[in-house]
Design a protein around this ligand. Sequence first.
Ligand code: GLU
Length: 303
Amino acid sequence: MSTPPRYRGRFVPTPNGPLHLGSLLAALGSWLLARSAGGEWWVRMEDLDPPREVAGAAEQQLATQAALGLHSDAAVAWQSRRGAQYAQALDQLLAEGKAFACHCSRQDLAASAGIHRSCVPRKRRTDPAIRLRVADATMITFEDALQGRVTQDVASEVGDFVLRRADGPWAYQLAVVVDDGAQGMSHVVRGADLLDSTPRQILLQQALGLPTPRYLHLPVVVDAGGHKLSKSSNAPAVSIHEPVASLTAAWQMLGQDSAALGRPAGVEQLLQTAAHAFQAQRLPRRAAVPVAAPHNAGYAKPV
Ligand code: GLU
């Protein structure tokens, strides 16, 4: 068996619209951390929830990444094709009594602010959700490489959480843990909006006997009103016509020295220079940074 690499990282976009500057920050940040460590960088498409996806968005995002020179080191994995692996993990948890079928409705859980600690269904469903059983006072602590120490009482703050939704789809938490494990990810670099999901993922890794990767949560990009850039806030798509400007904007928002890039002839040259010039200690140690338009990237400052 070949030894797994010291560093294997990933970028896991959701195909709910075009790639925007917020997702580019996670893409470039995870790529830079992987490359500057001499590691691999894999892309996995989080196409778990077809009704919320936009037709063609996944292909469009991959085309934008290609135009930016961000190429996956392995064939792109599609979560929509990995149901058998998720089912196997779920069966294991059910067989070991670590997961259970839950007939509660949202309304049933309204009294406990949506936090599930014990079943209180008023009627049985034909399509129950499957939840992970979280023991009382389950405290998870981890050291985020950028945001510092994070501790969560998963039982009281989250409760027994969903692994497969009542309406059928696999929950993000299960899919991401199964895939990070199956793909041998050593490092997870993503937006800080997922910081409070990480204790759930660590708990699930422990339940499935999977190793816990190292985590680094980058700041999310917010608009002038302080809202995370996303499709719903009509974040402008990253232009494939100005790839150098887009990468430069993301580079600056990652706290890096724009002078270090010089005047790159194209994306390949820019990325090569960036991988060498990248300084992890310059990453903004905060949960959010304001958006910088590619044409005025010089104004990007951490908030
Ligand atoms: N799909 C998530 C996002 O776009 C990232 C999931 C992950 O990296 O674990 O924010």
